[in-house]
Design a binder for this molecule. Structure first.
Ligand SMILES: C[S@@+](CC[C@H](N)C(=O)[O-])C[C@H]1O[C@@H](n2cnc3c(N)ncnc32)[C@H](O)[C@@H]1O
Length: 146
């Protein structure tokens, strides 16, 4: 199962650029993780572009209003999605400064939160990548996740 991360706007902040680079490098040992950037813009334009680019995928909107899951629960959800053989790709959708539209949240298959805090979108991208890495190591029984 491919894992796609679709994010509005390339990171401009130095810490986010290096965090993204670091976790993508680590994730490359664990399968097909693809990070794609879309042009940043207003909420309606970005949400429409995110939905268009992720058509046919199992879509997970990343949003502070979503379901807050423990890392083990992420790993369990990944395992059960993989068992449903028809899902070829998961797409995690990160919005721009104004966030997702209500329509995007309703259209997605799931809405997950990284915490109840509202994060700047570049920080949310780094936290998402770190969690994907953590889940990958957990599923392999490696000691990164303790
Ligand atoms: C600055 S936030 C947008 C805040 C905006 N006020 C809203 O209503 O969503 C930009 C993006 O970062 C991501 N994000 C920020 N905090 C998050 C959190 N706690 N959990 C998951 N994603 C988050 C979401 O994808 C969000 O669309």
């Amino acid at each position: 199962m491919r894992i796609r991360i679709l994010a509005a706007g390339k990171p401009a902040l130095a810490y986010a650029k290096s965090g993204v680079e670091e976790y993508l490098k680590r994730l490359s040992r664990y399968g097909a993780y693809e990070l794609e950037y879309l042009k940043a813009g207003d909420s309606a334009t970005v949400s429409a572009a995110l939905l268009e680019r992720s058509a046919g995928n199992f879509r997970i909107a990343m949003d502070e209003r979503g379901e807050v899951l423990a890392t083990q629960a992420w790993a369990d959800k990944f395992a059960s999605l993989e068992l449903r053989g028809e899902i070829k790709a998961l797409s995690f959708l990160i919005g721009a400064s104004d966030g997702h539209t209500p329509e995007l949240r309703q259209t997605c298959d799931a809405v997950w939160s990284l915490s109840r805090l509202t994060m700047q979108h570049e920080l949310a991208l780094v936290v998402l990548l770190e969690q994907l890495y953590r889940v990958a190591t957990l599923r392999r029984g490696e000691p990164y996740h303790r």
